[in-house]
Each structure stands twice: as C-alpha cells, then as structure tokens.
Design a binder for this molecule. Structure first.
Ligand SMILES: Nc1ncnc2c1ncn2[C@@H]1O[C@H](COP(=O)(O)OP(=O)(O)OP(=O)(O)O)[C@@H](O)[C@H]1O
Length: 434
C-alpha cells in the first residue's frame, strides 16, 4: 500500500520504529542505509531521543495527543544534506479505535528555484516556522502580508510564495511603492490610454495588467500615501480598475502579496494607514525573523552567499572568520551579511577569507575604545558619553529600543540622553573631544 503513494512514505509503530518504507522514501532519504526497525528520529534527524525531547515539535506526539492528522515542516537528513520536509502524519486505528500505527508522508520542500540567488537558506527554528507558514499560504490564493526588518528576505519570500503557487507559470510583478507620486502610482499600476496626458503618445499597460494570472507584489506597502491607499483599496475590493484616460473598467486577476518593514498596525492606530486597507492586505501575515533571531543560520547563509558571489573561485572562510561573523550584530540583516561577503571576496587575494577581509568600512564600524578615548587626553566623563552616544546612534539608525538594550539602560533614559545631546548640538556647544 505504501508503494501506491508517489511521495516518500513510511509506516511507524507507537515506539517510533519504522516498520515499512516505500520505494520513494528509500530513494530520497535512505540511500543504502538499513531503516527497518530503527527509530524515525534517528533515521531522519540523527537524534538519540524523540523530536519533542530534542526541543522540536514531534508530529507523532501531536497525533497521539490530538488523535488527528498532523502536518509540520521538519529538517531531515538526506543523502545530499539537510533539507526541509513537509511531513504529514496520519493515525491508523484498530477495531477498538485505538491508535496502533502511523503513516508518515514526506514532501521535500524546494526552497526557491535553481538560481542560487533565489534560493532561500536556513535551518533555525525561527526560520523553519516562517517557512512552514509560507508553504501553507503558497498553496492557496490568500493575500499575504510579509513583515520584518529591512534585509530579512521579504522579497525572496514573496518570490517563494509565487513559485510555489498555482500561478507560478504566470508573471511575478513587483511594485516599488516607496517614492511613487499620486499620478505615477495610478499610471504605473493601472496603465494609461494614448493621449491621457501630455506625453502619453501611446497606450501603456499597467503593472496590474502585466501581472494578469500571476502575482502582484507591493513592496513597502506602508509607504503608500493616504490619498493613494483608497485607490488600492478599490482595486482589491472590486477586482477592477480603470486605466488613466479610459472610461471602460478592466477586470484584474492577480494574487496579492504585500511587504513592509514598518509597524503597520501602529500606523493604523496613528491614522497614517487606512484600517479597511490593512484588513484587506493582511489576512495572512508572516513575520520574517531578523538575523539576531536565527544566529545558527549565519554560517550556512554566509557559505551559500560565498558560493553564489565568488563566481567559481574556490573560496572558504577561516575558523576565525566564522567566529567573527557569528559574533557581530547585523542591523541590516541578511543584506548586510551579503554586502560584507561581497566586499570580502574582492579584498581576499588567496583562497581563505579572514576577519580582516570582512571588517566593514569605517563609517559603520562601532568605534573601538581607542578611537573614542584618545590615549593621551583626560576627558570629562559626560563628554565621553555624548561622543560615544552620537556614534552608536548613527549605527542603530532609529532603533532606540534595541540600542537601549545593548547599552543596558531603559529606553526612557536613552531618550533623555539623546534629547540632551540634541540640545547641546543645537546650542552650538561642541562636546566632541576630536
Ligand atoms: N533565506 C535566505 N537565504 C538566502 N539569501 C537570502 C535569504 N533571505 C534573504 N536573502 C538575501 O538577502 C538580501 C536581502 O533580501 P530581500 O531583498 O528579500 O530583503 P527585504 O526584507 O525585502 O529587504 P527590504 O525591506 O530592505 O526591501 C537579498 O540579497 C536576498 O537574496
């Protein structure tokens, strides 16, 4: 019966032992190793204890507790390395209704297409949870709102959603919402007729038309000014639009994905984002974790990017470079990591990237103690504090709560000190020791 299932599948008993496996499972996960009678957690993950005791969610445990079918995204060992697998576990009951066995069907999750630059990498729990949400959302046509700090991979996640959806054979069209003026917004999105305005020498189809049958990705949706939000709302609500200069409405056909690094719920509270539009774009919000929440992904990501960016040069990181990469903060998240690596590749003449190749350009570097405190000079402590503060504030670019946490003071205290700093600046007094 298992062989009738085309995806990899196994039969397990209550003791987590594999009782049978189909051909697809052997081919995909087992290669030549024996599996019958072995524990699923050992074969799939190399654990010595069940997943729930290893800090992961165990579908078998969940199935026993709920009595229901379970679906979860897990990382499995495969002959070609670690892979995300969409696991579906169903109970098999005896005549008395007691659970006796489980059938586990596994669908390997391909994280992006074959292009290295569109492949998503990550193994941490925070990333895996996010990927599970994306996989579930991809199957439907629901609008998805991708939230997360700058550089966390929102655009890549949008491409993943599209390429795993039933619209994948049709276009994926990105609209950069920041910086679009009202008139540009309309003509870019809806297109225009010939002669609609001065300079409109021919008919131009808009991005909504270009996305027909596919996915429309509104990047930085939080930056759309209020006046234009109503136009977007009408498009989403009615599913139709009118090109500029036309009287005939056109029918739209796209799946909507939006992304923003802003706290859009707070913007709704503050009245700068329409509540009705917010509800329309956010039926399925997905939060992309920052790199600080997925530290174990830094080296796999860095290695992937090295392969992607080095154009076949046989480059590798030294152990010291790996330690350096892990111990750093990344306010710009994966994009910042990528920039560091791109630069290191250019600076490294040999085959091994060392910390010295990775050091970021001076402007973004946290000043070392030597730079802040000139060796020969004794300075008033207050001066030192303000000099240091003005430098680190630059680096944290407005994220005061993260900065306060790092400095070990409350946000209120930080705010007070920054206000003092500004007042000093404005009164023209220079506290800088340099
Ligand atoms: N999981 C991942 N695996 C590999 N590379 C990734 C991953 N996530 C992001 N990247 C890479 O990091 C960079 C930034 O990603 P992306 O542009 O998707 O971020 P973003 O959240 O949309 O940023 P912004 O909010 O600033 O527009 C890109 O080069 C992307 O390829």
């Amino acid at each position: 019966m298992l062989d009738a299932i085309t995806a990899p599948a196994i039969l397990m008993n209550l003791d987590y032992e594999v009782c049978a496996a189909n051909e697809a499972y052997r081919r995909t996960f087992a290669s030549d190793q024996p599996i019958l009678g072995r524990h699923c957690y050992e074969v799939s993950h190399g654990y010595r204890v069940p997943c729930d005791q290893a800090g992961e969610t165990c579908p078998l445990r969940g199935c026993l507790d709920s009595g229901q079918r379970q679906r979860i995204l897990h990382i499995h060992n495969t002959p070609t390395g670690r892979e995300h697998v969409d696991v579906e576990l169903s109970p098999i009951r005896d005549e008395e209704g007691e659970i006796r066995y489980f059938v586990e069907i596994m669908h390997p999750v391909n994280q992006g297409d074959r292009h290295l630059d569109r492949q998503m990498v990550g193994y941490s729990p925070a990333y895996t949870q996010m990927l599970e949400l994306l996989s579930r959302a991809a199957a439907g046509d629901i609008s998805v709102l991708l939230l997360g700090e700058s550089g966390t991979g929102k655009e890549l996640a949008a491409q993943y959603l599209h390429s795993h959806s039933k619209r994948s054979a049709n276009p994926f069209v990105t609209v950069e919402c920041s910086g679009l003026t009202e008139s540009l917004f309309e003509s870019e999105l809806f297109g225009h007729e010939k002669g609609a305005f001065t300079g409109a020498t021919h008919r131009k189809p808009g991005l909504v038309e270009a996305a027909r049958g596919g996915t429309l990705f509104l990047d930085e949706v939080g930056d759309i000014p209020l006046a234009m939000q109503i136009k977007l709302l009408r498009l989403i609500e009615s599913g139709s639009y009118r090109p500029v200069g036309s009287v005939t409405p056109k029918q739209a056909d796209f799946r909507l994905i939006c992304a923003t690094h802003r706290d859009i719920a707070a913007m709704v509270q503050a009245g700068s984002f329409r509540k009705d539009l917010y509800y329309r774009i956010s039926p399925f919000p997905v939060l992309l974790p920052s790199l600080s929440e997925r530290l174990e992904d830094i080296i796999p990501l860095a290695t992937h990017m090295l392969e992607q960016l080095s154009h076949q040069r046989p480059l590798q990181f030294s152990d010291a470079a790996c330690d350096w990469l892990i111990s750093r903060d990344y306010p710009g998240n994966i994009r910042e990591l990528r920039n560091l690596i791109e630069r290191a590749i250019l600076l490294c003449d040999g085959n091994t990237i060392e910390p010295l190749h990775l050091q970021p350009p001076g402007i973004l570097q946290t000043p070392s103690t030597d730079q802040v405190i000139p060796a020969q000079e004794i300075l008033p402590l207050a001066n030192l504090e303000s000099t240091y503060l003005s430098r680190v504030v630059e680096r944290f670019r407005g994220d005061n709560s993260a900065l306060a946490e790092k400095l070990g003071v409350s946000e209120r205290t930080l705010y007070r000190k920054l206000r003092q700093l500004r007042e000093n600046d404005q009164s023209g007094r220079s506290d800088s020791p340099f």
